[in-house]
Each structure stands twice: as structure tokens, then as C-alpha cells.
Design a protein around this ligand. Sequence first.
Ligand code: MG
Ligand code: MG
Length: 256
Amino acid sequence: MIKIKSLREIELLRKSGELIYKTHQLLKEYIKPGVSTKQLDEIAENFILSSGAVPGFKGYNDFPATLCTSINEVVVHGIPSAKEILKSGDIISIDIGCIFNGYYGDSAWTYAVGEVSEDAMQLMEITKKSLYEAIKIVKPGIAIGDIGAKIIEVVKPYKYAIVEDFTGHGIGTNLHEDPAIPNFGIAGKGIKLKEGMVICIEPMITNGKKNVRILRDNWTTVTSDKSLACHYEHMVAVTKDGFTILSDGSTSGAGA
Ligand code: MG
Ligand code: MG
């Protein structure tokens, strides 16, 4: 069931999104060679708790941490560890969730550690572009398939693949609500967006093949061919005329 949010609820979701944005800004300063993903997790957890919220992923289906820290071939759901030390040339996607006043925040970003290859830079740039190009078309009346079709259109000129095993989703008082938002699709297909829907769009793109496998910890998801993976995610509310991004630190409607 798709829950349409009131303006009041959208503002509450924006508060949650803002807290996630601020957590990303804080973590950015610490993403350097020599830092462990466990340290990043502690910094994020302390910040979220001290802001009056609670981590949104910790305990969700028994996930053990505040952050998902996914390095290089890890696509999503990497578990922070004191043994995992960032090194120059890595790319790390950090996915953060929180619950603030009963509403979830959820946003992911991929960061370069030190100097990274041109290949990695381009993968990051194109994945980010696919997210923003998909967000730009959001308005009442477009189909879910239009979002996936736009992501395909941006990624297509490159030798990249779209991971199909995970999707974006609605968000509200639950982390994952209807509808699912696949990162691939056919223009015009699927249900139509309506004013008041709040969705997470989150393309996961690799510079190899789309196949993934889950490691024995039951979480860490890696590309089967060890290719690099990138992941960006924003929370987006469908407004009367377009969209507003809730997790990019903007305090008013930025939508067209
Ligand atoms: Mg999400
Ligand atoms: Mg996420």
C-alpha cells in the first residue's frame, strides 16, 4: 500500500533527511587512508544519537551497525569493521539511515579515498548523474518505469551495468514502503507517481557486470566479477508541480 504523506509529514521526513545529510558532511572529513570503517560508524552513531535521533539501520533485520560501508567491489550492505582500513585508491559508498520523530531518513553517497583511478572517478560521476537525471523527471503522473528508463539512458553509453537485485523504495514511518523503485524500467510502465509520495531513488552501478553475490555474513553484497560498484541515494518528495529533494541539505522546495 502506498502511503501519501501530508505536508507536515514531508517536513518531518525533511528533518530526517537533513540529519542524514549532516552526517554525510561530518563523515566526509574523516574519509582518509588509515581510518577504519568502524571509526566512521562510531562517529556517525554518536552524531545521530546526540541529535536526538536513532540509527535507522542498526537492528533493522538484525543489521549490526549504523552505517553500511561498501568498499570497491562491495555494492551495498558492507558491515563496518575495525579491521577494515581505508586506503588511497578505494571508493567507499556510505549508506546512512536514521529515525527522527518517528520518520526515517535514508541516503547514500560514494566517496573517493585519497587518489582514485580515472575509471573510478568516471563511474562515480555517471552514477551520480543517473541519480540526479532521474530525480529531475519526478512529478505527478510520471510512471515508475520512467525513472528506471532514465537511469538506463544515462548509463547506456558506458560499459557499465545496473545492479537489478536491489531497488529504491517509498519511505516514511517505515524504512521501506511501497512502491519499489527499480533502477531499470520501461518508460510509461508501472504505477504513476502522485503528489505526496516520498521515494528513495538509489542507482547501484558497476563498471563490469550486473551479477552480485552475498557473502557468508548474510549482508555484504559484492559484484560477482569483482568490478567496482557505486551507489548514490536521495529521498525525494513528489510535489504538486515536480519534486523536492529531502536529503541534500536544502531547506526549501528545490523542485521544478
Ligand atoms: Mg534506501
Ligand atoms: Mg540507503
